[in-house]
Design a protein around this ligand. Structure first.
Ligand code: URP
Ligand code: ZN
Ligand code: ZN
Length: 458
């Protein structure tokens, strides 16, 4: 199938120009001005609209077995929701249980992900260190196209690692020229605070946030950075939420250390009043790290604008309030951590980033697509509008308006943490691998059409 997108304002991370983009055989084949349509080619008139590279979300958890349940979007529904919002590829995390064989976990993830409607890649989580871990990591990098590893400093007793284990992961990753990514919270202290609050009879969702205060994220971020410095390993810190973590990242970057930071729309746009909702509704926003008090959000925006933070991902990991989150009705420690976000990342970042003057359009493209593609070895195939790149493109109507609601979203979950948020700008067409998969508000995705994206780092 061939498509000619005409007269759009083509926006990349670098520049902005009016022109046409031709796609054929799943790739971008021509970019120019005044291109003539070829017989049989579908034409999309993008006059007055933007053409962005498809969004890349490098932090999602589809169908993740976690905290006694499984995240509610599988690879099909989750990637479809992404496409509806302009995200055309994802990087999910293979997360083996403690003691599990990493390669067997990878096989299980490939099986689950074969339903994806859009292209996908994996990071590998190293959740424990044993005799075979280094060779599994080598296999991931050299044979499986997975040059990035995830570690959790939180979730002690489950998938979290000790400092000793984290150091081993960093050393092994360094030898393999791979990237370590880290969820930074002081896991042991979180457990101590959780137990203290529960002993005081403080069982509701608001105490989830109280058990994981910002200084514990700041401390763990600084510690991970120090371990990365000593092992000379580049580090990518996922879901940064607070000024304490920003300070640690800024300090490391100022001395020349290769430290990259990611945040998510929920940490930019929500504050901890989400936990004070009536009844058990606050549980919908139980995630780790938690949503922070007012005061952290503008510094996160400023850090994105100035480049301290480079990527906006979603940490998409939805759980239904009814039937999943309510496992923790009497004990906030049992509320599955996570929320949905993949569908609305671009609309939220455009509305509250670009239109509020916090980011320019090129920065918007960079943080939602290009930078992650570069950092994780997918560029220029993804994250770019260049001849030879995959034809993953978003035609973006700046005049579109919307209101986010669980009633209308494509996420397979019963709540939206952004319920009632107004958005301006939205996808009019989304092209995935050279095929229009979303147009005029309708999805026409194909289960299993997504391809695995093996990666290498330069
Ligand atoms: O609460 C969260 N973030 N759930 C998903 C797992 C993780 O920590 O990223
Ligand atoms: Zn995490
Ligand atoms: Zn996550």
């Amino acid at each position: 199938m061939a498509i000619l997108i005409k007269n759009g304002t083509i926006v990349t991370a670098l520049d902005t120009q009016v022109g046409d983009v031709r796609c054929a055989e799943g790739q971008i084949v021509e970019i120019g001005v005044g291109l003539n349509s070829i017989a049989g080619e579908e034409t999309i008139d993008a006059s007055g609209q933007y053409i962005f590279p498809g969004g890349l979300d490098p932090h999602v958890h589809m169908e993740l077995p976690f905290m006694g349940t499984v995240s509610a979007d599988d690879f099909e529904t989750g990637t479809a929701a992404g496409v509806a919002g302009g995200t055309t590829s994802i990087i999910d995390f293979v997360i083996p249980g403690r003691g599990d064989n990493l390669m067997e976990a990878l096989a299980a993830w490939h099986e689950k992900a074969s339903k994806s409607v859009a292209d996908f890649a994996f990071h590998m989580a190293v959740t424990w260190w044993g005799d075979e871990t280094a060779s599994w990591m080598q296999n991931c990098v050299e044979e499986q196209g997975i040059p990035s590893f995830k570690t959790f400093m939180a979730y002690r007793g489950a998938i979290g690692v000790s400092d000793e284990e984290l150091i081993e992961v960093m050393k092994a990753a360094r030898a393999l020229n791979a990237m370590v990514t880290v969820h930074a919270e002081h896991g042991d202290m979180v457990v101590e605070l959780q137990n203290r609050l529960m002993a005081e009879g403080k069982t509701g969702p608001e105490y989830h946030a109280r058990s994981r205060p910002a200084p514990l994220e700041g401390e763990a971020t600084a510690r991970a950075i120090m371990l990365a410095r000593m092992t000379r390993e580049p580090l990518y810190i996922v879901h940064v939420t607070c000024v304490q973590a920003l300070e640690a990242i800024r300090e490391a970057q100022a001395r020349g250390q290769r430290v990259h930071g990611e945040t998510c729309p929920q940490y930019l746009l929500l504050d901890d009043s989400v936990y004070k909702k009536p009844g058990f509704e606050g549980a919908a926003a139980v995630m780790s790290p938690p949503i922070r008090p007012r005061g952290h959000q503008e510094p996160l925006w400023a850090a994105l604008r100035t480049g301290t933070l480079e990527v906006v991902a979603t940490d998409h990991c939805p759980f239904n309030l009814v039937g999943q989150k309510d496992m923790g009705k009497d004990d906030f420690r049992k509320i599955p951590n996570g929320a949905a976000g993949i569908e609305h990342r671009l609309a939220l970042m455009y509305t509250y980033g670009v239109l509020e003057g916090r980011l320019d359009l090129n920065q918007f493209v960079d943080v939602t697509s290009t930078r992650a593609a570069k950092l994780f070895g997918l560029y220029p195939r993804k994250g770019s509008i260049t001849v030879g790149a995959d034809a993953d493109l978003v035609v973006w109507d700046p005049a579109a308006t919307g209101t986010i609601s669980a009633e209308t979203h494509h996420h397979k979950v019963d709540r939206s943490i952004f319920e009632g948020f107004e958005t301006r700008g939205g996808c009019s067409s989304v092209i995935v691998n050279g095929r229009v998969q979303y147009a005029d508000g309708q999805l026409s995705v194909e289960r299993g059409a997504g391809r695995y994206l093996p990666r290498t780092l330069a």
